[in-house]
Design a protein around this ligand. Sequence first.
Ligand code: FEO
Length: 164
Amino acid sequence: MLKPKVEKILNEQIEKEGYSFFLYLSMASWAESKGMSGIAQWLYAQSEEEKMHMLKFVSYINERGGKAVLPAIKQAPGEWKDVFVMFDEVLKHEQYISESINKIVETAIKENDFATNNWLQWFVTEQVEEESSVQQVIDKLNMLGKASIYLFDKDIMSLRTPAN
Ligand code: FEO
């Protein structure tokens, strides 16, 4: 049986995972509408993972004799300046989620709920992987950004109309 403090904080995580699901879905849709189908696919896959995370919390709370409460989920943004800004937001969001998982672990330990602590370790590992995978995307984008400027630098003079 879950203790009330543990049940409450686990329920709060349903909203956070649900928001992650909609945030990445919104990003996927934005990328798709801009013709970036590969990035859209990456984000659609990411959003599916978040839905799975949310469902894991729902099932776990119910399985342990609690009651999962499905929350209202706030509106996710729908526009980004560019993909650099968008992926920075993904990384910041994942760091926020990692902090949130850590707080649940802390609560479970304080409440002597070792089963929940044990169950949460999957999420602890998952967050390390997710942060690292987004960081890799950002690193590659930054490298490509520099390469694009290098290529443009070689090309810019060709844009001048010759002086008469
Ligand atoms: Fe479920 Fe990426 O946090």
